[in-house]
Design a protein around this ligand. Structure first.
Ligand SMILES: C=C(O[C@@H]1C=C(C(=O)O)C=C[C@H]1O)C(=O)O
Length: 159
């Protein structure tokens, strides 16, 4: 039941690789509080319009942002140790990468709405979330950096 939502979370986590590639070796920091506020304000406004509890949706996206930054930090460590693993291409953060993240936000909000009832029941939600996390890690071949990020992102699934 939480498979689709979890897949979307994995896609957002994977987008962290593009964010890291866009920023690594540039002066732009991993943390961008202004952009974070914009993302969360957008989530709040759209949740209200969709009849989704805005506080819970904002909490959920805060966890997704923390997970994204964990990926960036993990890849910075890896790329500093192994410069040959640094991607050759630097994607454009403001156009390509943030546009992709914005598209995922829309899809995630729809899924949050669809799973609202299920996620409200904390006990069954936690069982489902653990199952979805395990199978996503296997299906998507997540390494340690990305599986840790997913575990972090999943903390806000169950209210
Ligand atoms: C993804 C970025 O890096 C960080 C993570 C964000 C996110 O997950 O939405 C937003 C701002 C940054 O703190 C970014 O700068 O766009």
């Amino acid at each position: 039941p939480l498979g689709e939502l979890t897949d979307l979370m994995v896609r957002r986590i994977r987008a962290g690789d593009l964010v890291a590639a866009a920023k690594f070796g540039t002066p732009r920091p991993i943390d961008d509080p202004v952009r974070e506020r914009q993302v969360l304000e957008d989530v709040r406004t759209r949740s209200v319009a969709m009849g989704l509890d805005p506080e819970s949706a904002v909490r959920f996206f805060r966890a997704q942002i923390e997970a994204n930054k964990a990926v960036q930090r993990g890849l910075y460590v890896r790329w500093t140790r192994h410069p040959d693993e640094v991607p050759d291409e630097r994607p454009d953060l403001l156009t390509d990468v943030r546009r992709r993240l914005d598209g995922l936000t829309t899809e995630i909000l729809v899924d949050l709405k669809e799973t609202e009832q299920l996620r409200r029941s904390v006990v069954s939600c936690e069982v489902q979330a653990k199952l979805a996390e395990r199978s996503a890690a296997v299906v998507h071949h997540l390494d340690e950096v990305h599986e840790d990020a997913l575990a972090r992102a999943m903390r806000a699934v169950c209210s």
